[in-house]
Ligand binder design. Structure first.
Ligand code: NAD
Ligand code: DAU
Length: 349
């Protein structure tokens, strides 16, 4: 069995990635290392938890001794690093948490891989999963390419940019076999309802206000999460060592248009009068330093590895809403407890 480490496998993207690897590669022993923060949830992996090629380990990526012991014990040959603090609004409230997990945590993992893979033999891969936010904010024109200069503007994106730089530094300095991808906004099942799409689905279900920052004109490029993890699988196995790949949906929506589409589809699915959910839209104070537009040029990935998104957005959103409607228990669990405190702090009562 080939021992593979996935970090943050109990989170949103990590759980889809773990499921894909456990099911598709029975010859891999997949270890999911996650310390189960508010965003980590083992319910996300219920359907694979008993698979013989899957193992969960609870632990903190910032604990270097622990991480090194784990690498020595399992002799990992590949690492897919997803664990992170991932929410921009939380980074505005608590930047140090982002510095710790995203920078210190990434460097701990790099250090452990470097110490284990002393001779850097063929076949080893340290894959760092990153974000398009490192490139900063676009105006109405243009796209982020792999050569766009870094210009992070939130504590979250600054911490992710820093982690990307450390990954490249380990490649250049120690020849650690690394790969990086920078992806646009993901959506789909198991998305924690602090992020725009699941938050609005949850609030529409409960007839609560839909908080739109500023004028709702900011633009994001949305990609269905399974298309993201399919790209990660391709890059992990076939991408070039030392290279960066952008991943995106060519699917730009202003926040307000996106939320109206959610309202339209949910009115239909819930049998509500057309237009009733839209009445919940409430414009609130803008996010500090709110990036205007993200848009990815993913042509390198398409040319080199023949990847394209598989789902049209309206279809992806429909599947996503259906998943939340079928999994109200999951939503109830993740929105009880600490979530209420977070919500009040962020949006008021
Ligand atoms: P998430 O917040 O849903 O999950 C993060 C996971 O990491 C959780 O399971 C959490 O428990 C775990 N974790 C956090 N701190 C940890 C620590 N110190 N030790 C061990 N585990 C820890 O995040 P996500 O949205 O799934 O994002 C995963 C990765 O993909 C992140 O690196 C993020 O920057 C990147 N990314 C996300 C998106 C997106 O739209 N969500 C887009 C592009 C890139
Ligand atoms: O671009 C990739 C990034 O996408 C990832 O790296 C991040 O981990 C992920 O959280 C996401 O960041 P965003 O800040 O773009 O996602 P979020 O869902 O928080 O916000 C999407 C847009 O909606 C953004 O313009 C802010 C706006 N928004 C968000 C929330 C939570 C609102 O208008 N109201 C809200 O309540």
């Amino acid at each position: 069995m080939k021992p593979i480490l996935i970090t943050g496998g109990a989170g949103f993207i990590g759980s889809h990635l773990t499921r894909l690897f456990v099911r598709k590669y029975p010859q891999y022993h997949v270890v999911n290392l996650d310390n189960l923060t508010y965003a980590g949830n083992l319910e996300n992996l219920k359907d694979i938890e008993k698979e013989s090629n899957y193992e969960f380990v609870k632990g903190d990526i910032t604990d270097l001794n622990f991480v090194k012991t784990l690498f020595e014990k399992h002799q990992f040959t590949g690492v897919l690093h997803c664990a992170a603090e991932s929410h921009v609004d939380r980074s505005i409230t608590d930047p140090l948490a982002f510095l710790r997990t995203n920078v210190l945590g990434t460097v701990s993992l790099l250090q452990a891989a470097k110490d284990l893979w002393k001779d850097n033999e063929e076949g080893k891969v340290f894959y760092h999963i990153s974000t398009d936010e490192v490139y900063g904010s676009l105006g109405t024109e243009g796209f982020f390419t792999e050569d766009t200069s870094y210009d992070p503007r939130s504590p979250y994106s600054a911490s992710k940019a820093s982690s990307d730089h450390f990954v490249r530094a380990f490649y250049h300095t120690y020849k650690l076999p690394v790969k990086i991808s920078n992806c646009s906004n993901n959506y789909g099942p198991f998305h924690f309802p602090e992020k725009l799409i699941p938050l609005c689905i949850h609030n529409i279900l409960n007839n609560k206000a839909l908080p739109i920052y500023g004028k709702g004109e900011n633009i994001r490029d949305w990609l269905y999460v399974e298309d993201h993890v399919r790209a990660i699988d391709l890059i992990f196995h076939q991408g070039k060592v030392g290279e960066t790949y952008n991943i995106g949906g060519h699917n730009e929506w202003t926040n307000i248009a996106l939320v109206k589409e959610l309202c339209r589809q949910m009115d239909e699915k819930l049998g509500r009068v057309t237009g009733s959910s839209e009445k919940l839209i409430t414009y609130v104070q803008d996010r500090a330093g709110h990036d205007m537009r993200y848009a990815i040029d993913a042509s390198k990935l398409t040319k080199e590895l023949n990847w394209l998104p598989s789902l049209q957005f309206e279809e992806g959103i429909s599947k996503t809403i259906d998943w939340y409607l079928d999994n109200e228990e999951w939503l109830k669990h993740v929105t009880s407890g600490d979530y209420q405190g977070y919500y009040e702090h962020q949006y008021g009562k």
